[in-house]
Ligand binder design. Structure first.
Ligand SMILES: [Zn+2]
Ligand SMILES: [Zn+2]
Length: 306
């Protein structure tokens, strides 16, 4: 059923089978919503851009980027801190509204990336495939669809995460609707002066596109451009520009050397917003046991080289 609409709302379920490898092909029909969201950015030219638009976009981007980096990546994929079942669900729910698939899929896929970095089995290496493939095309292929459960034995017991994973489009749609109808609330309208379409564009469409590319840049740019401080077996790089946009994820060579730490900026000057927010959340008791960077790891660091 190559053109089945059910692929949009109920993607192929979890599986224990090995992925097909990098021979997958792009599923253009299934990825039509992803393509359309990029084309929709043209709407931004038809409505006035106000300061409130930019503030709304910044909030929408920041809250979701933090949820992706802190929960999808550092919590679900690497178990680098602890939290309650409620907070893990809320973190997953917000991250899921970014349209980057469900929490189980993200973690399972990412663990494979660490095991096979820049080898043939790594589905988004810019060294075994093209840059464009590593940046976005891999995300649109058939083999990137199912969730490989054997990668995530520690997460399979959470039924609510399975539900979110299976119907990963619901939070995306809810956020789009929330943004569109927010100006109907009188206090919100008097505070921002934004119309329904301005809210849809700047609260949902534009930041969602930016989130896609900031996240994907870690897979593509961070495996090509930047400096290496640790002698890892992959081509990971530290890149301060990506570290800013991806809230600390740009210290990717650090991260590949020691993925278990809650922080990715290991040294002074390595700006890691996600870690700073996690630190505040740990002081407030929302998360706990942030795994530190061991002293032996810092000792292995050498002068950054390209
Ligand atoms: Zn990587
Ligand atoms: Zn990782």
């Amino acid at each position: 059923m190559p053109f089945s609409i059910s692929k949009w709302v109920c993607p192929p379920p979890e599986t224990h089978d090995e992925p097909l490898g990098s021979a997958g092909h792009v599923e253009w029909f299934r990825c039509l919503p992803y393509v359309l969201i990029h084309l929709s950015v043209i709407l931004a030219f038809f409505y006035p851009v106000t300061t409130a638009c930019l503030v709304v976009a910044l909030i929408s981007y920041s809250v979701r980027m933090f949820s992706i980096t802190a929960f999808y990546h550092r919590y679900f994929s690497h178990r680098s801190f602890k939290t309650s079942r409620l907070v893990q669900f809320l973190g997953a729910l917000i991250a899921c509204s970014s349209g980057q698939r469900g929490p189980l899929w993200w973690a399972a896929h990412h663990r494979r990336h660490h095991r096979h970095s820049d080898k043939e089995e790594d589905v988004h290496s810019p060294h075994t495939k093209s840059f464009f493939w590593s940046h976005t095309l891999w995300f649109m292929t058939d083999y990137a669809v199912p969730t490989f459960l054997k990668e995530i034995p520690d997460l399979v017991k959470f039924k609510e995460l399975h539900f979110l994973n299976r119907f990963d489009w619901i939070p995306v749609l809810l956020l789009a609707l929330l943004c569109y109808f927010a100006p109907e609330i009188s206090w919100f309208y008097s505070l921002t002066g934004l119309s329904n379409m301005q809210m849809l564009i700047w609260g949902f469409l534009v930041p969602t596109i930016l989130l896609y590319h900031a996240t994907f840049a870690v897979n593509s740019i961070n495996h090509m451009f930047g400096t290496r401080r640790f002698n890892t077996k992959d081509e990971s790089r530290n890149n301060w520009v990506i570290a800013i946009f991806a809230f600390g994820e740009g210290w990717h060579n650090n991260h590949h050397f020691f993925p278990g730490s809650a922080r990715q900026g290991f040294f002074r000057g390595e700006f890691d917003i996600t870690y700073y927010v996690l630190k505040i959340m740990s002081i407030l008791g929302i998360v706990s046991r942030l795994r530190p960077v061991p002293a032996w790891v810092k000792k292995k660091a050498s002068t950054p080289s390209s």
